[in-house]
Every structure is written in C-alpha cells, then in structure tokens.
Design a protein around this ligand. Structure first.
Ligand code: CS2
Ligand code: MN
Length: 391
C-alpha cells in the first residue's frame, strides 16, 4: 500500500518538507482555487505537479475533481460542464495523474457539528451530534422535511438545545457544519443555505441516482480511454442530511454504483470512517466485495452512539476492525500483483486525525492537523508492516 498525505497546496499551513518527515511518498491534492465547473488548465496542473515532484513526492491522487452542483441536480444543458470535466481529466492524465477521487453529496461535503470535542486522554476530535444537526436543520433552517430523519428523542433534545442556545452557539454550529467544504470554497450563512436548498426541491433519491448515472455514463468511458481510475468517496455521514437524499451511504448504494457502469475505471474510495458511521455497514465486508474496484483508501475510525451521533476515534480504536480491513486490502494487492496489474499498490492516507500536542491552535484545516495524522499514519504503518511480514 502506498502511504499518502493530503496536502492543500498554498492554502495549507503544513509544508511539503513537513510532510516529507512523515515518511509518506504520495501527495493527495486538488486545485481548490479553481471554481467548480471550470477546466483545470495544463499550466496550473503542471505547476502543482512540478512543485509536488520537486519535493520528492508523487502526486498519487486528485481529491477531488469536484462535480458542479448543476450536474447533481440535473439542471439545464450540461453539455459544457461534462466537456469541461472530461477536459480536466485529460489534462490530469497528460500530467501523469491517474487516480481521481470525487463525491456525489448534494450541496455539502463531510459534515460535523463539533470541530474540537475533547478526547478523554487529551487533544480534540471531530464529532457529529445528531441532536445538534437536527436543531440546525429543523430550527435554524426550518426544514420540516428533516423531521422524518430524526427520532422523537433526538428531536426533543434538539428543541431544548435550540431554546437555550445563544446566537454565538448557533454561529459556532453553522461554522462547524460548513467546515467540511474543502479548501477555499464558499461557505453559506443561514439565509444563503436556505436559498441554496430551494434549488434541490424535488430531488429525491431516484432523481439523484438518475443524475449520478448520467454523470457516470458521460465520464467513465473517457476515464477508460485515458487509463484513469475514478473512485467515489462515500457520503459522510452516511445518511440523509438537510432533508437532502444521499446515495453513496450503504452497501446497497455501492453495489448500485459499481453496477451502474461496469468498468474498472468506475471505482471506490474506501473511506472506513465515512462508511463506518452507519451501524448497518460492515466495512471489511464491503471492502472485500468490491476489492478489485478500490483505487484509494481513507483509513480512520469512528465510535458510534446509539442515537446516530459519532466521534472520530483514534485510528486503531473505535468500531471498525482496522486490522481486518487492512488484511482485505493487502490480500487484494497480492491478487493484483499475482495477476500483473499495474495498479497493484493501493494509495491510502490517514483520513483525519485528532488535534494533539502542538496541533492545538495551529489553525490547520479541521481534521487535518500534523501530529494527529502522523500518529494515525504511524499506527497504520505498523499494522501493515506486521501483516505484510506474515503474508
Ligand atoms: C474527505 C472528504 O476530509 C474528508 O473527510 O474525505 O472531504 C473528501 O475529500 C471528499 O468527500 C471527496 O470528494
Ligand atoms: Mn474520507
């Protein structure tokens, strides 16, 4: 497995020489500064690739090549947007970048309600509280449709929290929820989000799936021709939020996606933390079922509460059996090596980490501190070394 590290380019407080000290050999990067829907021009791609390679790394994965929201909504004439997307792919392939991670979450990316929840032995982690999310959706946004997504006791807690909250509490919650949008993308305020949500009216699961299938039909044949590997990132959390459908959340969804266009180029980013937040998902089992389509792995863990809340646990703690999962990935790599596949080494990264020690106050992107991820990478590396020794 190839050790990689997500780096946010010029937006990142962590430098490439810092990353070199982690021992990772691959960089996961995106041109976050380019607005959704525009072509990633060769000059911009090559400048970034040169910078990464000059520091001694390989640009292992693009995360993400974002999909314009109009494609997710299936709105209007999408010819130009699809053409632009394919052009960006071709430009990346020309620069020698072959793996592209993306997601199909409507409107938001990963979503948490607390960015600095205390960890018992010190440090902080990202947390999702179902009642706080419900308070945001039902009371701050007035999304009646969201009521069905939360059980009665969670809705009651949400109402109490909302009644007792100050404006500062509400602002902090909005800030946390908006923080998952990667890099420099626009964040919404409450009114902006309310307005944005109106554009999704009527976009149910069936419609969203149809739009996703259309995207795959437009993109995967081009990926095949370019020898690229596309890999969808699961929804995080793997459930409907803001009253919007999410369709990359469970085992059935992944089966549907892999079957929608039956090509190796149509693959999966196995994100153990995202999938693992839904109690119905057996992550090692999902990985084993679709192992030959895993082009990228995000390894992290979550600890779930019974009411839909969860927090990010240390990489080898939490509810997902990380050793079992890594065994699946190593077995798949062996199978690929034995059959002579060029993509036998699966890039993985420690997806998020706690803020520990000198991380506190550094102002790195939420989930992306130096020490916490370094700890995660070191633990994962130990598991891989031990298992490889026994393989
Ligand atoms: C990432 C996602 O930070 C994270 O949790 O895994 O933001 C991921 O980059 C996107 O969903 C992939 O498109
Ligand atoms: Mn992930």
């Amino acid at each position: 497995m190839q050790e990689t590290w997500r780096w946010y380019g010029g937006l990142d407080k962590i430098t490439l020489p810092d990353v070199a000290q982690t021992g990772a050999s691959g960089i996961v990067n995106a041109l976050h500064e380019i607005p959704y829907g525009e072509v990633w021009q060769p000059e911009r791609i090559n400048a970034r690739a040169d910078q990464i390679r000059a520091a001694g790394f390989d640009w292992a994965v693009v995360e993400s090549l974002p999909i314009h929201e109009r494609i997710k909504r299936g709105e209007g004439d999408l010819t130009q947007l699809f053409a632009n997307y394919r052009q960006s792919m071709a430009n990346l392939a020309d620069a020698g970048v072959q793996v592209i991670c993306y997601n199909f979450m409507p409107l938001l990316d990963w979503t948490r309600t607390d960015l600095a929840a205390p960890v018992a032995r010190g440090g902080t982690c990202l947390r999702f509280e179902a009642y706080r999310m419900a308070a945001f959706e039902i009371h701050m946004l007035g999304r009646a449709a969201a009521e069905d997504d939360y059980p009665e006791d969670v809705r009651q807690r949400a109402a109490i929290w909302f009644q007792q909250s100050t404006q500062a509490d509400r602002d902090a919650l909005l800030h946390a929820i908006m923080s998952g949008l990667p890099g420099a993308y626009d964040r919404y305020d409450v009114d902006g989000l309310k307005h944005a949500l109106t554009l999704y009216d009527g976009l149910d699961r069936t419609a969203l799936r149809a739009n996703y299938k259309r995207f795959l039909d437009e993109i995967i044949p081009a990926a095949d021709d370019l020898g690229m590997r596309f890999c969808v990132h699961p929804d995080d959390p793997p459930r409907d939020i803001l009253g919007l459908a999410r369709i990359v959340s469970g085992a059935d969804d992944i089966d549907w996606i892999m079957g929608a266009v039956d090509s190796k180029a149509n693959g999966l980013t196995l994100c153990s933390g995202s999938l693992g937040a839904n109690p119905a998902n057996d992550v090692p089992e999902i990985a084993a079922k679709h192992a030959d389509r895993i082009h990228f792995a995000h390894l992290r863990n979550v600890r779930k509460d019974s009411d839909g809340a969860f927090e990010e646990a240390a990489h080898l703690e939490g509810d997902t059996d990380m050793v079992a999962l890594i065994k699946v990935l190593l077995a798949e790599e062996k199978r690929r090596r034995d059959t002579g596949r060029a993509d036998h080494s699966i890039p993985f990264r420690p997806d998020h980490g706690h803020e520990l020690l000198t991380d506190i106050g550094q102002g790195t992107f939420p989930g992306y501190p130096m020490v916490g991820r370094l700890r995660g990478l070191a633990e994962l590396r130990g598991v891989i070394a031990a298992l490889t020794h026994g393989v």
